[in-house]
Design a protein around this ligand. Sequence first.
Ligand code: CU
Length: 169
Amino acid sequence: MNKKRRIALAAGIAPLLVVALPAGPASAHGYVSSPPSRQAQCAAGTVSCGPIKWEPQSVEGPKGLRSCSGGNSQFADLDDDSKGWKVTPVGSTQTFTWRFTARHATSNWQYFANGTKVAEISGGGQQPPAEVSHTVNFGGLKGKQKILAVWNIADTSNAFYACIDVNIG
Ligand SMILES: [Cu+2]
């Protein structure tokens, strides 16, 4: 192969390599869409919020946190219990749906009711589909509860957080 031809080939391949690279900064991840989580309510304009309204899927923080904001000060709105979050009436069990904009391999999903773990579902280290639903049994809990849903990523030290305000009837 002569030199000219080799250069032409390299030039032809380069754009393909760019396209094949994984999506750039991890700016897209996931959140609980139903019942509407606090960040979903921000995104929908149900409650007026700061920058979380533009990226409800981005509440990412180290694993093991128990806050609605995942420790992100720019999303502190989510930790404010007095913002008038819409409370969803539920029964003794309720299905929660996650919407993923980046389908990270999953260690597990956990659900906490006012700090007590009520459910844990394994993700088997696999990539989830674009939407995943879990039916959570609240046991004997009644009344207003702040549910913290956690998505623990398998291949990083991070997790995603979403709080959902419910009233268990
Ligand atoms: Cu992500």
